[in-house]
Design a protein around this ligand. Structure first.
Ligand SMILES: NC(=O)c1ccc[n+]([C@@H]2O[C@H](COP(=O)([O-])OP(=O)(O)OC[C@H]3O[C@@H](n4cnc5c(N)ncnc54)[C@H](OP(=O)(O)O)[C@@H]3O)[C@@H](O)[C@H]2O)c1
Length: 259
C-alpha cells in the first residue's frame, strides 16, 4: 500500500531509540523527511545517519529535552510546519504514591501530559491551515489497564488521552487527526529500565521477571518496535483521515476485555 506521505515533513519527538526510532524508520521508508528530537547527541546522530543511509530522506537531528520549553522551541525551530508529529518521551519509574511529592507529579505531568499538549498547541493550527495533519502520541496500555506499580503513568497519561479525546473531534474536519498508541510490553530500553525498577532484595531476578512478563502475555512474547511502527505509519497515511481520537492498543492481546 502506498501511504501517500512521501515528501511530508515529520517531527518525531523522542525518536533516537526504541518505539520512537522504529516510527522514524517506518516514515523514512515511506519517503517522509524527518526531524528527530532526543537528549543524547551521539545516539541521536547515529540514528539519523543510519536512517539517511538506508532511505535517502532528509533527517535533521535536534538535541533537546522535549519536556522543557527550550527543547520544544528547538524542535519547532528545526521543523516549524510539520505535517506529521509524534509525541513521545520517557515514562516514569515504578513506585508507591505515598512517597511522591508534588514535584514528582509535576515532572510526570510535564513529560506525559502538559508537554505533548503544548506541542499540539504549537503545531495544530498550522496543520489545520494546510489541510493535512497527523498527530500521534505514544501513551501506554496503563490508560486502559492500570499498572499497579505505575501510578504516575496511570494518572498523567489519562490526562492526555482525556484532553485529546475532545480536541481530536474539533480538528478532523480539517483532515487533522490525533490518536494515541497504547503499547503493551515491547522489547526496548524503557522495558528494561522498568524491570530494573521492579527488582526487590530477595525477590525475582531481572531475567525471571523478563521471562514472566513475556509468559503472562497471550502472545507469549514482547512486541517488536517495528510492529508498533507499522501501525503508526498507517495512522500517518492519507488513508487514515477518518480515524481520530482513538486509543489503539498494541499489546499482544493483554487487555482482557472484548470492547
Ligand atoms: N517499551 C514498552 O514496553 C512500553 C510499554 C508501555 C509504554 N511505553 C512508553 O512508551 C514510551 C517510549 O518507550 P521506549 O520503550 O521506546 O523507550 P526508550 O527505548 O527508552 O526510548 C525513548 C526515546 O525517547 C527519547 N527521549 C526520552 N525522554 C526524552 C525527552 N525528555 N526529550 C527528548 N527525547 C526523549 C530517548 O532518547 P534520549 O534518552 O537520548 O533523550 C529515546 O530516543 C515511553 O514513554 C514508555 O514509558 C513503553
Amino acid at each position: 500500500m502506498d501511504l501517500g506521505i512521501a515528501g511530508r515533513k515529520a517531527l518525531l519527538n523522542g525518536a533516537s531509540r526504541g518505539l520512537g526510532k522504529a516510527c522514524a524508520v517506518a516514515l523514512a521508508q515511506e519517503g517522509a523527511d524527518l526531524t528527530i528530537v532526543a537528549r543524547t547527541r551521539d545516539v541521536l546522530e547515529r540514528t539519523c545517519d543510519e536512517i539517511r543511509a538506508a532511505t535517502g530522506v532528509t533527517v535533521v537531528p535536534v538535541v533537546g529535552d522535549i519536556t522543557t520549553d527550550a527543547g520544544r522551541k528547538a524542535a519547532i525551530a528545526a521543523c516549524p510546519a510539520p505535517d506529521i508529529m509524534l509525541n513521545n518521551a520517557d515514562g516514569p519509574l515504578p513506585g508507591d504514591f505515598r512517597y511522591w511529592t508534588r514535584n514528582d507529579w509535576i515532572v510526570a505531568l510535564d513529560a506525559m501530559m502538559l508537554g505533548p499538549i503544548e506541542m499540539i498547541r504549537l503545531t495544530v493550527d498550522g496543520m489545520i491551515g494546510r489541510g493535512f495533519g497527523r498527530i500521534i502520541n505514544i501513551v501506554s496500555r496503563s490508560v486502559k489497564i492500570p499498572q499497579l506499580e505505575l501510578g504516575l503513568s496511570n494518572g498523567a497519561r489519562s490526562g492526555l488521552v482525556g484532553f485529546v479525546s475532545g480536541l481530536a473531534r474539533q480538528t478532523v474536519a480539517h483532515n487533522v487527526t490525533i490518536n494515541n498508541l497504547l503499547p503493551g510490553i515491547f522489547d526496548s530500553d524503557a522495558q528494561r529500565r522498568h524491570i530494573k525498577g521492579m527488582l526487590k532484595e530477595g525477590g525475582k531476578s531481572f531475567d525471571e521477571i523478563w521471562r514472566d512478563r513475556a509468559a503472562a502475555n497471550p502472545a507469549m512474547r514482547y512486541g517488536n518496535p517495528a510492529e508498533l511502527a507499522a501501525y503508526f505509519a498507517f495512522l500517518c497515511s492519507i488513508h487514515a483521515g477518518f480515524i481520530t481520537g482513538q486509543n489503539l492498543l498494541i499489546d499482544g492481546g493483554s487487555y482482557p476485555g472484548t470492547y
